[in-house]
Each structure stands twice: as C-alpha cells, then as structure tokens.
Write a protein that binds this ligand. Sequence first.
Ligand code: GDP
Ligand code: MG
Length: 178
Amino acid sequence: LLSTSNSRHLIGQLVLLGDSGVGKSCIVLRFVRGQFDPTSKVTVGASFLSQTIALQDSTTVKFEIWDTAGQERYAALAPLYYRGAAVAVVVYDITSPDSFAKAQYWVKELQKHGSPDIIMALVGNKADLHEKREVSVQDGIECAEKNGMFFIETSAKTADNINQLFEEIAKRLPRPTT
Ligand code: GDP
Ligand code: MG
C-alpha cells in the first residue's frame, strides 16, 4: 500500500509558515533528526521531510512536513502548500514583534484560503532567548485563543517543547471512524 490512513496509522500533512528566520527549519530538523545546526541554510522555496511518532494509545502518526521559505518572493507559493494541509503551524520568534505581526497575517490568510477544518498551531520559538523576549506569553495565548489555535513556546536550540508540539498536534488529528 502506498498510503494508508486508518485508526491506528494516521497521516498528518503539515505546513510550517512564518517569517524568514523565526526557526521553522530548525524546528523541523530538531523534530526529525534530533539536531540543531546553528549554521543551517536558508530554505529556498520549500523543503519536505517526514517523521513518524507513536502516541500512548499505540496510534502512529506520520507527519508529512512542508517547510516553506518565509521570504516575500515565495509568498505567492504558500497556498500550494497550505491548501491541502490538515495542519498549519504558524511560527514567530519571541524576540521579534515583527515576526509576531507576520504570524497574525498568516493566520488570517489561512482563515481565508485554508481548509475550513485545518488544525492551526501558533508557535513562539527561540524561547531560550528569554532575556531578549519582546513578545509576551500572554500575547501569544490571546492571539491563539482568538483564532481557535493551539499555542506553545518552543526552542529548537534546546529542544524544549519540540516533541510536545507535534504530540499535541497528533492528538488533535481527526480519527477515521472506520
Ligand atoms: P526559518 O527561516 O524560519 O526556517 O529559520 P531557520 O530555522 O533557518 O533559523 C533561523 C536562525 O535562527 C538560525 O540562525 C538558527 O540558528 C536560529 N534559531 C532557530 N531556532 C532557534 C531557537 O530555538 N533558539 C535560538 N536561540 N536560535 C534559533
Ligand atoms: Mg527555513
């Protein structure tokens, strides 16, 4: 079988959106390879990776992850990645209010053009840089609540909350009834 999705094995097509430099690629590399490379390359266009996790109820979830580039010149391509996605992860950098504003732009974009039942997560990354924080936890929570999103702060650098992010998403994926 090329692709199966049943109550034991789910597939979660996921897209990461957010400003360039907020750490989308580092989050994916931390999740998929368990690594953090501070010299990682800027994403060109988009890149694809997959990773399977097992939940406590022995369900497995295979995440098929599209990591998009945040640069303006690729913005027109974003719908290609989020239109079919079951999950959108919108990332900002807690040290950058600009990136938080950009995250809110992406949320609106998803509400307008994404699948109506898309699962959306709001992620404040670089939580290890707390001394440089410029976006409060409360601002993140409020934005997420207003938009029916799940909220978490992560650090791809220290691995803090990276697995939790994907586990929480996995729990929210719809279970097929058959
Ligand atoms: P992207 O453009 O959103 O894919 O961002 P990247 O994943 O390429 O990361 C951009 C920069 O932020 C790189 O220099 C990373 O080393 C750095 N970075 C990413 N995640 C973190 C993090 O959690 N903490 C810190 N301190 N730096 C991070
Ligand atoms: Mg990238």
